[in-house]
Design a protein around this ligand. Sequence first.
Ligand SMILES: Nc1ncnc2c1ncn2[C@@H]1O[C@H](COP(=O)(O)OP(=O)(O)O)[C@@H](O)[C@H]1O
Ligand SMILES: [Mg+2]
Length: 271
Amino acid sequence: MSLLHAHQLSHRYRTGGLLRKRGWLQVLDSIDLQLQAGESVGLLGGSGSGKSTLARLLLGLETPSQGQVSFAGQAVSQLRGEQARAFQRTVQLVFQDAPGAFNPQRSIAWSIAEPLRHLSDLDETARHRRTVELLEQMGLDAEHAERLPQQLSGGQLQRANIARALAISPKLVVLDEALSNLDRVLQLQLLQLLDALRRDHGTAFVLITHDLTLVRYFCQRVVVLDAGSIVEDRTVSGDLSFEHPTGRQLQAAVLPERPTKTCARVSTSLA
Ligand SMILES: Nc1ncnc2c1ncn2[C@@H]1O[C@H](COP(=O)(O)OP(=O)(O)O)[C@@H](O)[C@H]1O
Ligand SMILES: [Mg+2]
């Protein structure tokens, strides 16, 4: 059985209001998607195509207008009590906005341990040990644990944000543009760490991004969303060329290699 199954998901938002006529904005239309344990799926699509909305629906943060998301054969919107807690332990979402995810008055360790306080039986000592272990896994030090969020750089804070999402050892992590503000070296280092989790523990990932390089590096499968519909869903192979115009546009957005001739001339003139 798949980890998470979205069946005929459609979603719309109310628009208009005081001064404008009220209406509906159809954001997602008949989405079918299955996520398997131990699989990394790239979710690509232009701005406004519905990627973040789909992520919120998959994680049960919003209820779809139509269709349903099932977890272990049950509709996520109907989970209650212990089953709802089990689902919360299973899925985590990481946003691009790391500062917004931390309490500015509390230490990094306090925020990372937050899901452990709510969703695990670990005592304070065990929580602290786990927090330091997670920070070190993300390439930070135990010393960072006691700092306030504003005392970390943007890249360090985003790593702490990912550490927090991993605290309860979720089975599925959705990274919504979560690596976009990091430099390429750090992006690839983090993806290597996450890939090790995938291989060793079967953690599944959904990587929402515009960056085809990251998809090629990290994902086994890629899904392309266009105006709320899935227009491609396929395995990632060496060339990663797309049939649909949206995929092709993303492909075209990757800068071509610099011509080697120019480089040769620069290096001769410098020599
Ligand atoms: N809470 C909301 N209320 C009304 N419209 C929304 C809401 N959230 C998103 N939208 C609209 O839904 C569309 C898809 O948004 P989103 O899922 O954030 O796209 P993406 O993540 O692909 O950029 C956009 O037109 C956006 O303005
Ligand atoms: Mg988005």
